[in-house]
Design a protein around this ligand. Structure first.
Ligand SMILES: [Zn+2]
Length: 173
């Protein structure tokens, strides 16, 4: 059996919460930020082998004790749909009325349910069939990686093809 090298270790729920609430750009945590900040993460269900990529952000002018805005990647790597917010005081996810209409069982619906689920779980109870990855990029071209296979291989699909690597990490499926 070939063992694969995992370059990006998965986070636990407690790490995820800390990182999710961290986007802030400024010298003083109590003062409004001097520019916007964001952090992206991918949640991979090992049970269904599906994944969703989220962005947590604070716009310019917000203080670090304010909520973070949560969006889900919806389509291309830079197409986002705003779904709600997480408040640092409660730690829970609140759906935004601005989310508008969305299809039941579709990506936005799944993203909302997932955020509610993970923010309501105790921090010490990371589900064993959930892999949590922080933002990462291809080691060759720097392009953003959101697919769990690419994240684990640390290269995007194009670079893996071009390098024609014999590395066992390039799991094809
Ligand atoms: Zn690449």
């Amino acid at each position: 059996m070939i063992s694969t090298i995992t370059a990006h270790t998965t986070l636990d729920l407690s790490n995820l919460r800390t990182a999710m609430l961290s986007p802030f750009y400024g010298k003083d945590l109590d003062l409004p930020s001097t520019r916007g900040a964001k952090w992206e993460f991918t949640l991979h269900s090992l049970k269904t082998n599906t994944h969703l990529t989220f962005k947590s952000s604070r716009p310019k002018g917000w203080a670090s004790n304010g909520p973070v805005l949560i969006s889900v990647m919806n389509g291309g790597t830079d197409e986002w749909r705003f779904i709600g917010s997480v408040s640092p005081s409660t730690g829970t996810f609140k759906v935004s009325p601005k989310v508008g209409e969305y299809e039941a069982g579709g990506r936005v619906d799944k993203a909302i349910r997932t955020m509610m689920w993970i923010t309501n779980l105790p921090s010490t109870c990371t589900p064993p069939d959930l892999a949590i990855y922080g933002s990462c990029s291809c080691s060759r071209c720097g392009r953003k990686l959101t697919n769990p296979d690419s994240i684990n291989a640390i290269y995007g699909p194009e670079c893996r093809r071009q390098m024609n690597t014999s590395s066992p990490a390039g799991k094809a499926d």
